[in-house]
Design a binder for this molecule. Structure first.
Ligand SMILES: [Zn+2]
Ligand SMILES: [Zn+2]
Length: 247
């Protein structure tokens, strides 16, 4: 279906399995390469069930460019780190999703921290919500070209797309558009509401999907109603704040 080609976006789906990742590895729920002179992030937001003062955030993902090369890497950056506060939050600050963990994102240059002593994360001091505490996992990347949800495509393309999907899977399981799971790049789904691409606050550009955090038994994560938490970022400047969206 050549008419779809202009809408294709590179994506890497992460096939996650339990493991024992080290600080230098790519991981879900593993230890992070953290500069000794950089304070560990703590959450300052009010949580639904209340949490004590400034709980330490927990590692969610660390991704090295060498393991998942692709167009999502800003110039010069080769490590992406995600942390979150493993509680649900009321009325979160701009850019964070409602009733979700508060997410922290860091881009790094691994070489800048080579040989430097690494600070370990603080010990958890509270009763965390288990569905937000990932088990340590490693992953392998599976590359694909992802296509947008049908409502983001011109109406005249939709009937042929439907035929294509049915032709590949008689039950109509869509393996063409907004492929689900842990994912870098690609397109988000909008099957629960109308598509709404977040706009980058500082520059007004439409953001693009950087990363999808999926509900998944393997790391033991559940967001929303077995949903996905998506992080949208500015295509022009990686220092502009991300927008999180729960679906
Ligand atoms: Zn919090
Ligand atoms: Zn921007």
């Amino acid at each position: 279906m050549p008419e779809l080609a202009p809408y294709g976006r590179a994506a890497a789906r992460l096939r996650v399995e339990r493991g024992a990742p080290g600080v230098a590895d790519s991981s879900i729920g593993g230890p992070l390469l953290w500069p000794a002179d950089e304070p560990w992030p703590h959450c300052r937001e009010p949580a639904v069930d209340g949490h004590g003062d400034l709980p330490a955030m927990v590692p969610l993902a660390q991704i090295h460019a060498r393991d998942v090369p692709g167009p999502w890497w800003p110039d010069g950056m080769d490590v992406l780190q995600l942390l979150w506060c493993p509680f649900e939050h009321w009325d979160p600050p701009a850019g964070q999703a409602d009733l979700c963990p508060v997410v922290e994102l860091r881009w790094r240059r691994a070489a800048a921290h080579a040989g430097a002593p690494l600070a370990g994360p603080p010990e958890p001091s509270e009763c965390w919500e288990p569905e937000y505490l990932p088990e340590p996992c490693v992953f392998t990347a599976e590359y694909l070209v992802d296509f947008p949800y049908r409502e983001e495509l011109p109406p005249e393309l939709r009937p042929a797309l439907r035929q294509l999907i049915l032709g590949l899977d008689p039950e109509g399981k869509d393996g063409i558009t907004r492929v689900s799971g842990w994912k870098l790049g690609g397109w988000p789904t909008w099957h629960l509401n109308h598509p709404h691409t977040p706009v980058c606050e500082p520059c007004g550009r439409p953001t693009t999907l950087l990363f999808t955090i999926a509900s998944d038994d393997v790391p033991g994560i559940q967001v929303g109603r077995w949903g996905e938490l998506r992080l949208f970022t500015c295509p022009a400047d990686h220092t502009h704040p991300f927008t999180a969206d729960l679906h």
